[in-house]
Write a protein that binds this ligand. Sequence first.
Ligand SMILES: Cc1ncc(COP(=O)(O)O)c(C=O)c1O
Length: 361
Amino acid sequence: MFRKCIESIAPYSPGKPIDEVKRELGLDEVYKLASNENPLGPPESAVEAMRLAAGKVSLYPDADCFELKDALAKFHGVKRSQIILGEGSNELLKLLSLAFLEPGDEIIMPQPSFGEYRRTAQLCGAVAKAIPCTEEFCVDLPAMVAAISSRTKLVYICNPNNPTGTVVDKHLLKQMMNRMNDVIVVLDEAYFEFIRDEKSPDGVAFFKEYPNVVSLRTFSKAYGLAGLRVGYGICNEAITEAINKVREPFNVNSLAQVAAIAALNDSEYLAKSVEHNKVERDFLYTELKKRGFYVVPSEANFMLFDSLRDSSELFRALLKKGIIVRSADIFGFKTMVRLSVGLHRENEAFLKALDECMGLN
Ligand SMILES: Cc1ncc(COP(=O)(O)O)c(C=O)c1O
């Protein structure tokens, strides 16, 4: 009795939770560098906002998220009616699929990239065309554009791309936009705030120029609120209206709404979070290179490196030492590992454990 299209869907496989690893392996100290979370913890301003709002959770949240949309509209210089909110940007991927995709339609996505583009498309009976990244692990825009057919509705550009951490060139994207008039171009910018490369595009600026662009952002990464599940999209009103038809009425809970407003206004936290990431990303990059590994230069809060051995084995060996990373096996790279940037002591613990696993110590 199950729908045919779910037969081929692989359920999302999350990074291993810290408590599970502690329980299974009898470890006291475990560091998770697997899910691209913010190692600094949530902004205190957001925690305080939730404390104040906690007494009102007997009431349903504001279904329209008026205050949060208002804050985002001012922050980005767009209209409130051009904002969609979701239970994480992940939900927005599903809502876009529900709004656009009929059975047999196509989406185009990079390979490797965030698997949820494919999964949410498959939920609607649509097909994902995955276009391999270049040899430098960059999203291959011209190849993606060349793959567009009359069935293509959504083109996903993950920028920075998960798991490679690479960004596309805004000038090239501009050239390509002229060839993507008949599709919706979704710029998934979950890691946007971490980008330092000025050649990288700003999805909101692109949206202001091209009405078929959707910019997806999240409070889960640079804003440190992954556990609250709140993300947003900026797009034209026809799309926000369609999304409002397919979403649940109260998809962003009341604590998430107040915390997100506080985090958005907390520029000090954001600056600290971005600076920490830059310093520690550089540290890990340099240390891994020093050990002779190939590391893909990253603009995000994670990086992909070639461990030169079976990465699933390395994952298990590191796990025994209390370090959770992400084997890039799931992305089809047998020897590559995706590593999230942690606190300095976590990064040092990772390097020590890696050295031991590699027999360098
Ligand atoms: C590229 C990308 N997009 C979207 C998401 C979803 O993030 P969230 O649902 O927490 O906003 C993630 C999460 O890791 C991601 O890596």
